[in-house]
Design a protein around this ligand. Sequence first.
Ligand SMILES: Cc1cc2nc3c(=O)[nH]c(=O)nc-3n(C[C@H](O)[C@H](O)[C@H](O)COP(=O)(O)O)c2cc1C
Length: 398
Amino acid sequence: MKQLANKHILLCVTGGIAAYKAAEIIRLFKTAGSNVRVLMTKAAQEFITPLTMQALSGNQVHADLLDTEAEAAMGHIELAKWSDVILIAPCSANSISRLAAGKGDDLMTAVCLAAESKTFFAPAMNQAMWADSRTQKNYQILIKNNFIPIGPNSGEQACGDEGYGRMSEPQEIVSEVATNFSEGLLAGKKILITAGPTREKIDPVRYISNRSSGKMGFSIAEAARDEGGLVSLISGPVSLKTPDEIERIDVESADEMFKEVNKVINNFDFFISTAAVADFKPEKFENQKIKKDKKADNLSMEFIENKDILKSISKNKGDLKIIGFAAETQDIKENAKKKLNEKSLDLIIANDVSDSSIGFDSDENEVYLITEKIEKKIEKISKKKLSRSIIEFIAKYL
Ligand SMILES: Cc1cc2nc3c(=O)[nH]c(=O)nc-3n(C[C@H](O)[C@H](O)[C@H](O)COP(=O)(O)O)c2cc1C
């Protein structure tokens, strides 16, 4: 994350069980070349020691507001001025409440009142504390006051409960902060891309798949990253290297891809579906390898339809922009327009896969970009150049 190099990050740690994850946050910022200072509330110091934070950040930890020595060295005003960004992680329910009330009775709240830099906060608490109407009200007040929320996520909690309130993962938090410094046509935008084929298992050694190489999806991911986007890839089995600064989740089947996309889609601004997801899967998975001699002369198989990822996402799309691909062998534009409408897409990119010199497994492609109002043909070019044109089109028209 080159955007974070030499940036001044003030990490405020509050008193929650996720305080130990602040250590990993510091490590990630340091690896990216940032200069990190740590501020800890009194409660935070009960969860993780200032010594750990000092050792990891390479800087003295700040904790006291009314400390003559600290004030002389780096008081609350200087600390506020020093920071390019303030990140409160984890941010407890108590701290959210005190910040919402505009308090300034400890170092963390005083710095946040004095700071003009962007302030991010990553709530972390038990699901009931998070759901409490007072926490929700305070959280909204912070957002109205230009604090930028990161998470929380849903999942298993330290106390054994399940639900919203779990702090976002350190990598997710640091990436969010990095987007604050991005430049380009998609600066700060979050983009989820699916790529590659899926494999539908028949028995432990056999599967049905398709010829997708994943090249188009990976190339679009790089182009979106180069324009300042925060990109995540969900990829079927491909032999491609994960591009730098792109998060990648690997899946095999259409069911797995459906599950992973639905798990994270709420965090994204754009969904670009380049994956060649199998429409059908064998109705029955044979636990043992199907033996040649056991199946007379003809082996037949029943198929059932896979769940449609694009359709399921577009049902509750809200502000999400959805971009789909249509690999067709005939009536390309007509079929693509049908898909655009049926799946409520914002843009469809259609190509002719009957021509083996373009599309699947090739390094080149020729496509139509079709929205409700615009239709544009891009003549045969490399997938790399095409990806840049697609990203420019998305940034301009969507
Ligand atoms: C073991 C333990 C775990 C806690 N975990 C959390 C937590 O995850 N989130 C939270 O909001 N409060 C949690 N609390 C309560 C806070 O520590 C408490 O509200 C404290 O006053 C927060 O102070 P601060 O916001 O100034 O750091 C926990 C308390 C204890 C004893």
